[in-house]
Ligand binder design. Structure first.
Ligand SMILES: Nc1ncnc2c1ncn2[C@@H]1O[C@H](COP(=O)(O)OP(=O)(O)OP(=O)(O)O)[C@@H](O)[C@H]1O
Ligand SMILES: O=C(O)C1=C[C@@H](O)[C@@H](O)[C@H](O)C1
Ligand SMILES: [Mg+2]
Length: 180
């Protein structure tokens, strides 16, 4: 569905926080793929990782992304690793305007270091883990993105305004290029 907005980015980039508020502002229905996975299974993401491993989680994530990307007029906050699968990237790109919320590993670490709900961060050196994940995944975030918005330093309100302005500019360009 071409009229949806999809947020991608690493853990802590603000996909869930920004997504919920942006959806309200743009009158889109908000979905968070991580939350949908938890609702469908009835257990938390750490429990899914514990029982089924990351591979099991990724299978569930692919199914949820496939289902949600068929819905019209939604704002989808995706899980940080959803772009790892080519099928997900394809579906995400086809669903609408993709926004990469970008921040450095150090900025992300400051935000999520106290939170134990992210299984991939339960390592001896979570900052280094984040650096490695960012290096491995950024090419995919950039591959799918129509817009890149820095979120590491700005407050949520400022980020929301910036996204709004950039979306308007994209719309204006699309109108200017469409045959009248
Ligand atoms: N612009 C911001 N400035 C300061 N703190 C922020 C900002 N955006 C989000 N946060 C905080 O950072 C934490 C992570 O944000 P959030 O859960 O929205 O990230 P996420 O991208 O959805 O992560 P995940 O991929 O793990 O679901 C939250 O505690 C949130 O309040
Ligand atoms: O970056 C990741 O791979 C993940 C991010 C979270 O949104 C969850 O989807 C899960 O914790 C895995
Ligand atoms: Mg989230």
């Amino acid at each position: 569905m071409q009229n949806s907005i999809i947020l991608v980015g690493l853990m802590g980039a603000g996909k869930s926080t920004i997504g919920r508020q942006l959806a309200r502002k743009l009158n889109l229905t908000f979905y968070d793929s991580d939350k949908v996975i938890e609702e469908r299974t009835g257990v938390s993401i750490p429990t899914i990782f514990e029982v089924e491993g990351e591979a099991g989680f990724r299978e569930r994530e692919e199914q949820v992304i496939a289902d949600l990307t068929t819905l019209p007029n939604i704002l989808l906050a995706t899980g940080g690793g959803s772009i790892l699968r080519e099928t997900n990237r394809q579906r995400i790109k086809e669903a609408g305007c993709v926004i990469y919320l970008k921040a450095s590993a150090d900025q992300l670490f400051q935000r999520i270091k106290q939170d134990r709900s992210r299984p991939l961060m339960q390592t001896e050196n979570p900052l280094q883990t984040l650096r490695n994940l960012l290096k491995a995944r950024e090419p995919y975030y950039l591959e799918v993105a129509d817009l890149v918005v820095p979120t590491g330093k700005q407050k949520v309100n400022v980020i929301l305004r910036e996204i709004h302005t950039k979306l308007k500019q994209l719309q204006d360009v699309a109108h200017a290029n469409s045959p009248s």
